[in-house]
Design a protein around this ligand. Structure first.
Ligand code: PMV
Length: 322
């Protein structure tokens, strides 16, 4: 039976999280930890999902019932809705076997849901011989994420599709590759899995209570992100580190920082990092610190000593590929 195999990168947010949900810019980079998706046409009218990484060794769903169960297990949700949306959009239908394998844990906040969504839609476009442009792949992936989560800027989907380091404006209004390369960063995982929609709603609530103040904070985050764009391309790590620290302060003021994130961030700064901040929604997941060859080891040790798990990754990875 016909099959297609694709892989998509995970991501790390560098600047502009939360503000990007309100139509503002962010800078995101794709990481060399990938999600692999293998899709195969099957005769039986069933979607069979094999996703042992998320505890689903053999999930089965009737093709005619895709998306009908209100309690789809978490690990199957993005795959099932991506298949449903693809079939509806392109008026095709078939039994399928889909297998997913990830280089990284879904706990890290590297964007496994968006990586798998893009991977499934891209693999289906191969199976059904449809040449989807990157923009079309983004649009259907973004619809899928919004169908499930109701919120999100789509930055993680862009990283999975285009790869590299991107300038991304909320909703995908602008997507421009930056000259980022492999940035000298250290990633520290807090050991706590954050729920992005909950944190987005928390900021929404603050915004409802203090709209003028929160607007000013988003404005300041936007200025930092704009400045970071040029400084990153100039590779001025001292200034880029300062901007990370400024961005972190504003994220703290939005209420998405935590004690654990702070302790890893301060440990990294005290060990000589140019700057450090949380990456993504906050509440847990990962922090990032900007280093050089002289400070890398000390910063890694400090994060480890403060209770974080150091994850070794490369940034600016290739986007979706067959
Ligand atoms: O938690 P993550 O890594 O998925 O990042 C969320 C970033 C937000 O700006 C808070 C949400 C979004 O969709 O842009």
């Amino acid at each position: 039976m016909k099959s297609a195999e694709v892989s998509t990168p995970g991501k790390l947010m560098l600047f502009g999280e939360h503000a990007v949900v309100y139509g503002r810019p962010c800078i995101v980079t794709a990481v060399d930890q990938r999600m692999n998706v293998i899709a195969e046409i099957r005769e039986r009218n069933i979607l069979q999902l094999i996703a042992p990484d998320v505890g689903l060794p053999n999930y089965l769903q009737d093709i005619d019932d895709l998306g009908k169960n209100p309690n789809i297990p978490k690990g199957a949700r993005f795959v099932e809705i991506a298949v449903k949306n693809f079939f509806e959009k392109y008026a095709v239908k078939s039994g399928l076997k889909i297998e997913t394998r990830s280089d990284f844990s879904s706990e890290f906040g590297f964007g496994s849901s968006s990586a798998v969504t893009v991977g499934v839609i891209k693999a289906l476009s191969e199976l059904f011989d449809l040449k989807l442009t990157e923009q079309k792949l983004f649009d259907l992936s973004y619809k899928t994420v919004l169908d499930i989560q109701g919120v999100g800027s789509g930055f993680d989907l862009a990283a999975a599709i285009w790869g590299e380091t991107l300038w991304f404006v909320g909703g995908g209004k602008t997507i421009i590759p930056l000259d980022g390369g492999n940035l000298p960063i250290v990633v520290g995982y807090t050991g706590i899995k954050a729920d992005t929609p909950t944190l987005v709603r928390k900021v929404e609530e603050e915004n409802r209570k203090y709209p003028k103040t929160i607007e000013k904070i988003f404005e300041a985050i936007t200025l930092i992100t704009e400045e970071a764009k040029d400084i990153l391309e100039r590779r001025d790590w001292v200034k880029l580190g300062d901007l990370m620290n400024l961005n972190q302060g504003l994220l703290d003021s939005l209420g998405v920082n935590t004690k654990v994130l702070s302790s890893l961030i301060y440990a990294a700064r005290e060990a000589g990092a140019f700057g450090a901040k949380l990456s993504g929604a906050g509440g847990g997941d990962c922090m990032i610190a900007l280093v050089d060859n002289q400070t890398r080891e000390a910063v890694e040790r400090a994060i480890d000593k403060a209770g974080g798990k150091v994850l070794r990754i490369k940034t600016g990875a290739e986007g979706v590929r067959k």
